[in-house]
Design a protein around this ligand. Structure first.
Ligand code: A2P
Length: 339
């Protein structure tokens, strides 16, 4: 007889992604037994709402994972580096939303629509990595097209919302916007420059070759998830949007996929919704994607400068499909097939 429920710990439960994880567990009726909500000392006395009750948040400690079975981590790489191995040792399977373990060869990096079979490799270290938000929405689309034609090269420019940088960055965008309209001093703390009414071509730290770590993550993670080397170049930009990452994507293919075929392939793909009706001004928007599960694709058109080129506009809720939803989809497959 299948096990009825699973003890789940959420690390970073007071954060933007952690809170979404808790609400998606409820929404998708994940069979949660004992729910443990963990955060830092800052959250002592705070509650998080789940299934009609307020749950008191606990301070994360080395022994927090005793009796837990699944641990969803979203409290930053440093927390994962220290506590994810402790959680695994205590008997949990960790699904880690940070960049900490993503490129480790024996840790699977999973997007359920693309490489669900890799979840089996959880056994190696009892850790499964959840990819970067902007990578997830890209690979689901590339994977669908790649079934029809090989990909020669991809050029991506991202327009990433502030929620991807956490609660502090969201608050900063709000406060700066209010400060500008009330002629007050503008404080810059969470992001490298003012984000209100601005765009920052700078997400995460700069690497010696001039790319940012965010750009590097997308380039490296894409090939790991797809299981083939995908030549990809990226410019990642933070924009003053609260929820929803957008991507302008140029794909050069080895053989032709017409615009009509691309639309059909994407319409049939699991997890994707095509919104592509320019005559009626319909195309994906972050404000429409916010709070939604699918990856939205539109502005599908031919790139006439190369033999087999396509241009796409891809938008998804970075906190949901880009983070919390993807992690819980992994957990669902884990309990259905492997635990
Ligand atoms: P807290 O709210 O107590 O600081 P966001 O990405 O939205 O900023 O959220 C980060 C999440 O990670 C929050 O829940 C935060 O808890 C948690 N967190 C950050 N640092 C630690 C830490 N050292 N130990 C436990 N939780 C942490």
């Amino acid at each position: 007889m299948p096990k009825k429920s699973w003890n789940v710990a959420v690390v970073g439960a007071t954060g933007a992604v952690g809170q979404e994880m808790v609400s998606i567990l409820e929404e998708r009726k994940f069979p949660v037994g004992n729910l443990k909500l963990l955060a830092s000392e800052n959250s002592v006395g705070k509650y998080v709402f789940f299934e009609g009750h307020d749950f008191l948040v606990d301070v994360l400690k080395e022994d927090s994972f005793k009796d837990q079975e699944i641990a969803l981590f979203s409290a930053g790489s440093e927390v994962s580096r220290k506590y994810a191995p402790l959680a695994a040792k205590a008997g949990c399977v960790v699904i880690d939303n940070t960049a900490c373990f993503r490129m480790e060869p024996d840790i699977p990096l999973v997007v359920p629509e693309v490489n669900p079979e890799k979840i089996a490799e959880y056994e190696n270290k009892k850790i499964i990595a959840n990819p970067n938000c902007s990578t997830i929405q890209l690979v689901v689309v590339l994977n669908a097209l790649m079934k029809r034609a090989k990909i020669k090269r991809v050029v991506v420019s991202t327009y990433q919302s502030v929620s991807g940088a956490g609660s502090a960055a969201m608050e900063e965008l709000s406060k700066q916007t209010v400060a500008i309209f009330s002629n007050k001093d503008i404080e810059v703390e969470a992001l490298p420059h003012r984000i209100a009414f601005n765009c920052l071509p700078h997400i995460d730290v700069f690497l010696p070759d001039g790319y940012t770590k965010e750009e590097w993550k997308m380039m490296e993670e894409t090939s790991k998830i797809m299981g083939v080397s995908v030549p990809l170049t990226v410019t990642a930009v933070r924009v003053p949007v609260f929820y929803g990452h957008s991507e302008s994507v140029n794909i050069e293919l080895e053989s032709a996929i017409t615009v009509a075929e691309a639309r059909e392939i994407l319409r049939d793909a699991v997890g994707i919704k095509v919104v592509d009706d320019p005559k009626n001004n319909l195309y994906p928007l972050p404000i429409s994607a916010a709070g939604e599960d699918p990856i939205f694709v539109g502005r599908i058109r031919e790139d006439k400068t190369v033999p087999h080129g396509l241009n796409l506009w891809i938008v998804a809720d970075n906190i949901r499909k880009g983070a919390a939803l993807n992690a819980i989809q992994i957990a669902e497959i884990l309990i259905q097939k492997y635990l």
